[in-house]
Design a protein around this ligand. Structure first.
Ligand SMILES: NC(=O)c1ccc[n+]([C@@H]2O[C@H](COP(=O)([O-])OP(=O)(O)OC[C@H]3O[C@@H](n4cnc5c(N)ncnc54)[C@H](O)[C@@H]3O)[C@@H](O)[C@H]2O)c1
Length: 270
């Protein structure tokens, strides 16, 4: 897709990958709607890039419907909608120990928000025979994020929903991409305070992540891998799932601290 002059909406656009993507899309000439539950921060990004800010909590279908209506009334039909908002809190104890509320929030933010956006956008996009849905999943949606089963399971579901969208509607003129980053230096990462902003092993900047996403959108690539090594891990998992689980067990054990908690200092080689 040629991004110039297109109307683009990014959820979770006030910080991290979303904010970097809003800036990168605006640089390519898009009219950008910066949407976030944090409206003050969204407004600051929008002001910077000459876009507009619309408040939206993606865990509510009615908020997503309002975001779409508001964009259409202020700017016109939406060409590109990026469902990017997400969160991660990990699990307090064993793999099933996260509360029902945490599981529910993972489900709403990482899966249902993508369904709700598509449900609201598809009728008009199908009528026009044009439109682009971009959903942020994660490398955890292809592999597993250790110490966060709810995040991993719902990101897998996000990849699956994007596959269904592409298979179901590419022939109707609807373009679909799913973004599967590994570690990006944003607030979601539990990077220790003293290591923030430093070059950490395997961690890329939101700006580099956004640049790869923009390339993927321009080339209409279905699966956008901001960390190329993830393709190899994904192949290994598919080739021999039992061997892959064994390898991940070894990796998990090596990354635990003395209290048995996942230690991001080890993950990032700090
Ligand atoms: N940072 C990483 O390492 C990484 C890796 C893989 C995937 N991701 C995914 O990328 C996406 C962006 O994450 P990030 O790393 O930029 O995190 P971030 O925490 O920096 O940004 C997330 C943004 O989403 C907003 N948000 C949170 N809950 C919301 C809600 N209910 N409604 C609307 N907005 C909400 C926050 O206010 C924030 O601006 C997420 O889907 C995340 O799962 C991140």
């Amino acid at each position: 897709m040629n991004i110039d002059n297109k109307i683009a909406v990014v959820t979770g656009g006030a910080g991290g990958i979303g904010a970097a993507l809003c800036r990168a899309l605006a640089e390519k000439g898009a009219k950008v709607v910066v949407s976030d539950v944090n409206i003050d921060a969204a407004q600051a990004v929008a002001m910077d890039i000459g876009g507009i800010a619309v408040a939206c909590d993606v865990s509510r279908e009615s908020d997503i419907q309002h975001l779409i209506r508001e964009t259409e009334s202020q700017l016109g039909d939406i060409d590109l909608f990026v469902s990017n908002a997400g969160f991660g809190v990990g699990e307090p104890d064993n793999v099933a120990s996260a509360s029902n509320d945490v599981w529910q929030k993972n489900w709403e933010l990482h899966v249902m928000s993508h369904v709700w956006a598509s449900r609201a956008l598809l009728p008009k996009m199908l009528e026009r025979g044009d439109g682009y849905l971009v959903n942020t999943a994660s490398a955890a949606g292809l592999l597993v994020q250790i110490a966060d089963a709810a995040y991993s399971a719902t990101k897998h579901a996000a990849v699956s929903f994007a596959e269904s969208l592409a298979i179901g509607h590419n022939d109707d003129g609807i373009k679909v991409s799913v973004i599967c980053p590994q570690y990006v230096d944003t607030n979601i990462l539990a990077v220790p305070e003293d290591a923030r902003g430093k070059q950490l092993q395997g961690v890329i900047t939101p700006e580099d992540c956004a640049a790869t996403i923009v390339n993927g959108i321009e080339s209409e690539t279905f699966m956008i891998l901001t960390h190329p090594e993830v393709a190899e891990f994904y192949r290994n998992r598919a080739n021999d799932p039992s061997r892959w689980v064994k390898g991940m067990r070894r990796y998990r054990t090596a990354m635990l601290d003395e209290n048995g908690k996942f230690d991001f200092r080890k993950v990032f080689n700090i």
